[in-house]
Design a protein around this ligand. Structure first.
Ligand SMILES: [Zn+2]
Ligand SMILES: [Zn+2]
Length: 187
């Protein structure tokens, strides 16, 4: 990847954010939940963005949807279009920042809100993956009751599930299905 600081952790943050939207509930339904999530990434935003305001929650839910759209794009051109729209919508302005003493790239507007920081940072993380490896690096879980996204770091991009929990559950279900079929045939 091309830039320190804006590589894996912003991508982790994007994945983390997208996967807060669960069938059984929104894990960042309340401002407190969002604060807690962002606390784990404080080293990335401290000094360059304001802590989130409760009024930003809705915008961040929208951003979450947009990030998912990028990650499930069918091809690179579509993903590029979506990611460019986020960068433009959230006011990305590339610059060299010295806030931690070392020159490195930042993309959020100066004195920006948490929303603008989050939008530009996560979108640049995804953009870096797309530029480097293509949108095929992203995946959405194959399990019937799971929509979680992931970054497929397997060599042949063969990963089907977001986690070992889901792949184990899928394997058990497939095994049971085969067994049931065999039983039905035996009758
Ligand atoms: Zn920085
Ligand atoms: Zn899953």
């Amino acid at each position: 990847m091309y830039f320190n600081h804006y590589t894996n952790r912003p991508v982790d943050l994007a994945v983390h954010l997208v996967n807060t939207c669960q069938a059984d509930g929104d894990q960042i339904a309340e401002a407190d939940d969002l604060n807690q999530l962002l606390e784990g990434y404080r080293d990335l935003w401290e000094g360059v963005a304001q802590p989130p305001k409760a009024s930003e929650l809705k915008a961040i839910h929208q951003l979450r949807d947009s990030l998912r759209t990028v990650m499930v794009s069918p091809d690179d051109a579509t993903a590029a279009g979506h990611v460019n729209a986020i960068l433009s919508d959230y006011g990305a302005v590339p610059r060299v920042s010295m806030h931690n003493g070392e020159p490195h790239l930042h993309f959020e507007p100066v004195n920006g809100t948490m929303t603008s920081w989050l939008g530009t940072t996560t979108a640049m993380g995804l953009a870096a993956v797309i530029v480097e490896d293509g949108v095929g690096r992203f995946g959405a879980c194959n399990a019937s009751d799971c929509d979680d996204v992931f970054v497929d770091t397997s060599r042949n991009r063969s990963r089907l599930n977001c986690s070992t929990t889901c792949s184990t559950r899928e394997a058990v279900a497939a095994h049971r299905k085969r067994k049931d079929k065999a039983k039905a045939k035996g009758k």
